[in-house]
Design a protein around this ligand. Sequence first.
Ligand code: FAD
Length: 401
Amino acid sequence: MKESDIVVVGGGPCGSFSAMAAAKQGANVSLLEEHGEIGTPAHCAGHISIHGLRTLGLEIPNTMIENKISMAKFHSPSGKTICIDCKRPVTYVINRTLFDRYLAELSARVGVSYIHGVNVKSLWIDSNQIKGVCVDGENLSKIEAKVVIDAEGASASLLRKASLPALTRTACVTGVQGYAAMVSDVDLESVEIYVGRDYAPGFFAWIIPRQDRSAKIGLATNKGNPRVLLERFCRKHPIASKKIVGPLSDVSFHPIPLGGPPSRTYGNGLIAVGDAASQVKPTTGGGVVFGLACSKIAGNTAAEAIRTGDNSSKFLSKYQMLWKESLGKEFKMGRMTRLFLTGLSDRAVDRIFSIGRMFHVEDSIGDVSEIDFQERILQSSLTKPNVALALLCSLFSCLLP
Ligand SMILES: Cc1cc2nc3c(=O)[nH]c(=O)nc-3n(C[C@H](O)[C@H](O)[C@H](O)COP(=O)(O)OP(=O)(O)OC[C@H]3O[C@@H](n4cnc5c(N)ncnc54)[C@H](O)[C@@H]3O)c2cc1C
């Protein structure tokens, strides 16, 4: 393989999007993906905000949209529900395999070279400067690059090799998801979220319907065996088990980093993006929109480094400065909210649901036009007296045993 200005490791959405941004700026970019094709194996629910995609300049083809969602129904551990109705579609359920392939197609069109079936084993480091990557093969061979973009996902093994702060396992949950051929008594415009330590300790479970009445059923957890928990959720949950018809197919597992980005996401000749840099919303585990937003900045910064001939850590720190400027507060608030939620007992969660219902919170927070920027949503919701009071009462209620 010829030398590239930029080598991107990983052909997930963040790899393709950063490669595309850099190639659009004139850089010579190669992308290395360990699997034989882009988009498989898929492990994502593909629940993505419409506003987020538009902000990124992505008008995705209808063929990959499996459903449009305008409502979210939350179920408490004891079965209380809160339904937030936005009255118009705010999210898409997309086919992640097709989405990843679509992004790869767009990147290839602007000149990115895709190389499939290549596993990057480590970084090629010389005198504290990254010179490229080492890939497997008959002999370990080196591929030279002025900037390496690490988009390898949650495994984040390259960051450790570059001695950068990597994801901590304790900040990860394991996601597990399968497909139900049919769901009954599920509103097709609504996702359903189930919280409770018995079924999804440390996170939540979901039913995400598709237009054809099939659904993605999943959960994430910080303890126990995710497969056993998912089976239990499908068979034993007093509400969900009545809605899920038949066994699940294509069950897959994958870690979800929830700790927010590490203190450094760049080095000499290196930038980390997406799940590799934990650019995931700690509240929901959604990593596509924020990961893509950071990827665009990563691609642009890497291309600028090539143009100016400066791939030093000092220059590439611009990447972190820029993503922090637009998303830093979101990650911080999300991390605090996640810590707070994870610490709540089921009784405390139930009390919060009761308080929310008492103050009719659901009538007041459905008027959102986007769901990504939760810090902003919280701030604007708090201007509504009933929401502010409900939050205050909820915080006090957490002091009760
Ligand atoms: C069960 C589950 C449900 C989810 N649901 C949602 C959701 O509804 N909405 C949402 O926004 N997010 C969701 N997420 C999170 C979302 O899937 C990730 O945030 C997103 O995929 C991150 O994209 P990425 O490009 O950083 O990493 P990935 O999509 O993981 O892609 C990384 C790529 O790098 C390749 N790779 C890894 N190591 C190497 C190597 N050494 N050499 C070469 N290639 C390599 C991998 O094969 C892979 O193709 C979910 C996650 C899980 C686990």
